[in-house]
Ligand binder design. Structure first.
Ligand SMILES: [Zn+2]
Length: 420
């Protein structure tokens, strides 16, 4: 079978695939539909990175929190379009923009933004911003069964769709007495020793688990194996509010939290590689920094995110070497389809297909782009598998089975999801 025939056959078969979206920052729907939106909302979030790199002045942006900066909505729409247009034209061929433009076309009938259509497109985005938006985009268009979401708290609504993962730093990052107090803990009354604090960590994790939290998010970094004696000493200094380098204590707490997570069968989801936005030093999140931790915690389950871009090959060898590691392609397809295809193609050489997770949109407010991202993810998976079919290395039925694992079964299995 030719590559082209296999590719088209797979894409057609993928139309009705059930999806577990293995990483988003989606809040409950009410947060999106209560917001002012227009066509520029579709170009908030990741696409802003490319606009800023193209030259869009950052002082024209308004911050709505999280990842949701937009071109200042208090300016008239005409003015915003005039500012936006040259940078849009410079950036519209990136993968970030492709996801936005697929969404723009599918939901609002506009292929490419121009002087003639930006007002009409804005009107359509506004009109569609009403209850049922998540159902229309996520359930009906994307066939998404569940979304693993990270919003820093347990979502108060839409729990039939949204499954939470919480930041590990809520338990681990202690720099001074105020951090303890911010967690509702009183030094010397509630917490008078490191042991007390570790009991608090376990209590918290058990209660999160009961509330449906399936994992803890960690940002890849270098960590050391710190002794209990040293951590005890550091904790005593913290209780007395004596200044000290917080890293040894935090490394100790990270290791203890990972141990507890493995006992409670909660996954450690790890951001590796590229950081969102402009000006970030992504050399600090090199996936190679995870190796000591992976060797230390052999019973834990680590879901390594973002293909460690640009260290995709290093991540593939990590995926091959460590039985406690899964590799998750969330965010990857919209960073670069070419990088993702080459990485995934090498990973199939390197590691078992049961250890790869194929999709996570990684968006928050511009939910329509999840559809754009999913279209691109399906293209990438079809491309990698069709190449194998065309070389006679894999049967069509095997390729389809593997795609089902990557888009659904592997995240269900890893996170122990109970979906009906
Ligand atoms: Zn994310």
């Amino acid at each position: 079978m030719s590559f082209q025939d296999a590719y088209l056959w797979l894409l057609n078969e993928f139309e009705d695939l059930q999806i577990v979206d293995a990483h988003e920052h989606l809040p409950p729907e009410k947060y999106r539909i209560s917001r002012y939106v227009d066509v520029f909302t579709l170009f908030s979030h990741y696409t802003l990175t490319d606009l800023i790199t193209a030259g869009l002045p950052e002082n024209l942006l308004t911050n709505f929190g999280d990842f949701n900066r937009v071109l200042n909505p208090s300016l008239p729409l005409e003015e915003r379009w005039r500012i936006f247009k040259p940078y849009y034209n410079a950036s519209k061929h990136t993968s970030y923009f492709r996801a936005a433009r697929i969404a723009l076309k599918e939901f609002y009938g506009v292929e490419d933004l121009t002087d003639e259509n930006y007002l009409e497109a804005s009107k359509r985005v506004k009109e569609a911003n009403k209850p049922g938006l998540y159902r229309r985009v996520l359930r009906e268009k994307c066939h998404i069964k569940a979304v693993l979401t990270q919003i820093g708290r347990i979502p108060e609504e839409d729990r039939d769709l949204l499954i939470p993962i919480l930041p590990m730093r809520l338990l681990t990052d202690l720099s001074n007495l105020r951090d303890l107090e911010a967690r509702g803990l009183k030094p010397n009354v509630d917490i008078s020793s490191l042991e007390d604090y570790l009991s608090h960590v376990r209590f918290k994790m058990e209660s999160w688990k009961r509330d449906g939290v399936v994992g803890l998010k960690f940002l890849a970094r270098q960590t050391a194996d710190v002794s209990k004696e040293k951590a005890d000493k550091m904790f005593k200094m913290l209780l007395k509010n004596e200044p000290a380098d917080p890293k040894p204590l935090n490394d100790f707490l990270v290791n203890e939290t990972v141990k507890t997570a493995s006992e409670l069968n909660m996954v450690i989801s790890v951001h590796t590689g590229i950081l969102a936005g402009n000006w970030e030093d992504f050399s600090t999140t090199n996936p190679m920094y995870m190796i000591p931790m992976l060797r230390r915690h052999r019973n834990a389950k680590f879901d390594l995110y973002h293909a460690g871009i640009p260290w995709v090959r290093e991540l593939g060898v990590i995926g091959k070497t460590f039985p406690n590691v899964w590799l998750n392609l969330c965010w990857c397809h919209v960073i670069s389809q070419e990088i993702t295809c080459s990485a995934l193609s090498e990973w199939v050489d390197l590691m078992p297909v049961t250890k790869i997770i194929g999709f996570g949109g990684d968006y928050s407010i511009p939910v329509e782009k999840i559809y754009g991202h999913l279209v691109m993810a399906k293209e990438d998976v079809a491309e990698v598998l069709a190449r194998r079919i065309s070389k006679g290395l894999m049967k069509r039925s095997e390729a389809l089975e593997i795609a089902r694992m990557w888009f659904y079964e592997n995240p269900v299995e890893l996170y122990g999801l109970r979906l009906n």
